[in-house]
Design a protein around this ligand. Structure first.
Ligand SMILES: Nc1nc2c(ncn2[C@@H]2O[C@H](COP(=O)(O)OP(=O)(O)O)[C@@H](O)[C@H]2O)c(=O)[nH]1
Ligand SMILES: [Mg+2]
Ligand SMILES: [Zn+2]
Length: 351
């Protein structure tokens, strides 16, 4: 019998399960999502589960089970099952689907912490760290900045300076897979039953860190190919692994484009430490773009506020606004479709 508490199962989830029509069936957590079937860890081991037509029909992509979801399934073989229900989702990490603007894709759910991994070479980018942090905080997930590959040598002062405005909201770890004590420190920050998702560009060392934290090679890393000298990208599927006596780690393939799939830009000023200034603008509804006596613009002008942080703020805000309008458009569209369905039903009934 597998103890699902180690995978994050708790009283609250158990209560939610009792509300399902299928409460008598088996339950488990999605570990890997494939096109046609999901791997689910349950009290009786791993099951390959398909989705019922009802589960798929009428659902948008991001509403389908993702890694981390808790689902209820009917088992029909020693290790096969059909997913019949999904517990209400919490703390989901979304990413913008490539090609479409507002469509989002669920990366992982029931996430407690997100490790934003960057490597201390050209990959280090304070703007990208801000972007990840903002979205993660919006989802009530704790962001953690993991700056990896310290062994390559880096300018600590420059890094500290670049991230000083966000460190109130985000703990920072400096790691190297070649320096075990840095991995131990990271491991100690993860508690039992806690779900940690790793995000960041491809090649920064996410899979290597997961392997190092688990003290075994569970995931494939993109080691430099002997023949071409180029790195290979091998972790194409999202994977969830259990750490000995500790948390649950979810690796993701490189997420280059992490869209802001949220629609409340208000907290942005707080996250980027602009609230100190926004309170002193002349107008209460100041947009901090072209108003007279705008304390934010003044702070940029006199150098107390880094102009890069200000630009980042404007950019993220624009994106959020864009998203909220498209969400609104989408809801309008959904309403239109459900009306259409109602009318078709009515017409059918009158035949
Ligand atoms: N020097 C150094 N290389 C690392 C470190 N962590 C990972 N790597 C290397 O970086 C490459 C990409 O690692 P991988 O874990 O596949 O990155 P991912 O794409 O983020 O999962 C591999 O060649 C790793 O061996 C580190 O701390 N220091
Ligand atoms: Mg990887
Ligand atoms: Zn202002």
């Amino acid at each position: 019998m597998i103890n699902l508490n180690l995978y994050g199962w708790n009283d609250k989830l158990n209560h939610l399960k009792q509300l399902s029509n299928y409460k008598a069936l088996s339950y488990g957590r999605v570990v890997v999502v494939n096109r046609t079937c999901n791997e689910v860890i349950s009290e009786n081991g791993m099951f390959q589960c398909e989705l019922t037509g009802n589960m798929i029909f009428g659902k948008l992509d991001f509403e389908l089970p993702c890694v981390g979801d808790w689902i209820i399934f009917q088992s029909f073989d020693e290790n096969k099952g059909v997913i019949v229900d999904m517990l209400p989702r919490e703390r989901i990490l979304y990413r913008k689907k490539s090609g479409t603007v507002a469509d989002k894709q669920a990366i992982a759910s029931y996430v407690d912490k997100a490790f934003i991994v960057q490597s201390l070479d050209d990959n280090f980018n304070a703007r990208r760290a801000e972007r990840f942090m903002v979205q993660i905080l919006e989802e009530d997930i704790k962001p953690v900045l993991v700056l990896n590959k310290t062994d390559l040598g880096f300018d600590r002062q420059r890094i500290d300076e670049a991230i000083k405005h966000i460190t109130h909201h985000i703990p920072v770890f400096f790691t190297s897979i070649h320096q075990p004590q840095t991995i131990n420190q990271l491991r100690e920050s993860i508690s039992e039953g806690e779900t940690v998702v790793f995000v960041g560009s491809s090649g920064v060392g996410k899979s290597s860190l997961v392997n190092a934290l688990c003290e075994q090679s569970i995931l494939l890393t993109s080691d430099i190919s002997q023949s071409t000298g180029k790195g290979r990208h091998t972790s194409t599927r999202r994977e969830m692994v259990l750490m000995n006596g500790s948390g649950i780690l979810i690796d993701t393939p490189g997420v280059r484009e992490f869209g802001l799939a949220i629609d409340s830009p208000d907290s942005l000023t707080d996250m980027l430490e602009l609230s100190d200034y926004t309170g002193s603008c002349r107008f209460a509804d100041c947009t901090h773009t072209n108003e007279p006596d705008c304390a934010v613009i003044e702070a940029v002008q006199d150098g107390t506020l880094d102009s890069k942080v200000y630009e980042s703020y404007l950019k993220l805000r624009r994106e959020m606004w864009h998203f909220s309008t498209s969400e609104y458009e989408k809801r309008k569209r959904d309403k239109f479709f459900s009306k259409l369905v109602d009318e078709v039903k009515k017409r059918k009934a009158s035949f």
